[in-house]
Design a protein around this ligand. Structure first.
Ligand code: ZN
Length: 205
């Protein structure tokens, strides 16, 4: 549900006051176990690059061989923050940003088509999965259960997969479509028996 909720919320965006931008590290490997609540409370930040070959679920959707996948890098960053609530207390938030240029299979010409991905999620940390009510669907933030440490590598991979287009396509395909002349002939041949039948049926006896 994460992605759906994330994508629904656009109206009524809540302004988030950035509390701190302390950099833990300029470039890091994504931690495999991170306590997000503590990360948010510290106003911590992390960023780095990861090879797509380390993201097998994402790699399965791409138009690239193993050597190309090792060369392909995606950039990620994670920023923790606290936002005071009007009635007192505060929300712990983590912003995840992912960016990369990923080759997918163009659904028109079946060649590789580069997709520029630049996507962000604002995770509002909660202890329990919330009921998915209207308020939750309207929110620009995703309620994210942070009771247990999270695998940031998986978080990055999930976000990239959510950001991929459902039907990737070149704006303009670099090569003409495969043998359109023959395709047209095939279509005509396939249609002809029905055309003949229709003509016979239409004949007055
Ligand atoms: Zn194409």
């Amino acid at each position: 549900m994460r992605g759906i909720m994330h994508r629904r919320g656009c109206a009524g965006a809540t302004l988030v006051r950035m509390q701190a931008t302390v950099s833990d590290s300029l470039s890091a490997q994504p931690p495999r176990r991170l306590n997000l609540r503590e990360f948010a409370q510290r106003g911590a930040a992390l960023q780095g690059s990861v090879a797509v070959s380390d993201l097998p679920r994402l790699a399965a959707s791409l138009h690239a061989d193993a050597a190309q996948l090792r060369q392909l890098q995606v950039h990620w960053s994670l920023q923790g923050m606290l936002r005071p609530q009007p009635g007192g207390g505060e929300h712990a938030l983590v912003r995840l940003h992912v960016r990369g240029a990923l080759p997918m299979t163009c659904q028109r010409c079946l060649q590789a088509a580069q997709q520029d991905i630049d996507d962000e999620a604002m995770l509002r940390l909660v202890d329990d999965e919330p009921e998915i009510d209207a308020e939750e669907l309207e929110s620009v933030e995703e309620a994210f259960c942070a009771r247990h440490p999270v695998d940031v590598l998986e978080l990055i991979e999930d976000q990239l997969i959510l950001a991929l287009p459902l039907v990737p396509m070149h704006a303009a395909c670099p090569q003409p479509l495969a043998r359109p002349h023959e395709a047209a002939q095939d279509a005509a041949a396939a249609a002809s028996p029905f055309a003949v039948l229709a003509a016979l049926r239409g004949k007055p006896d």
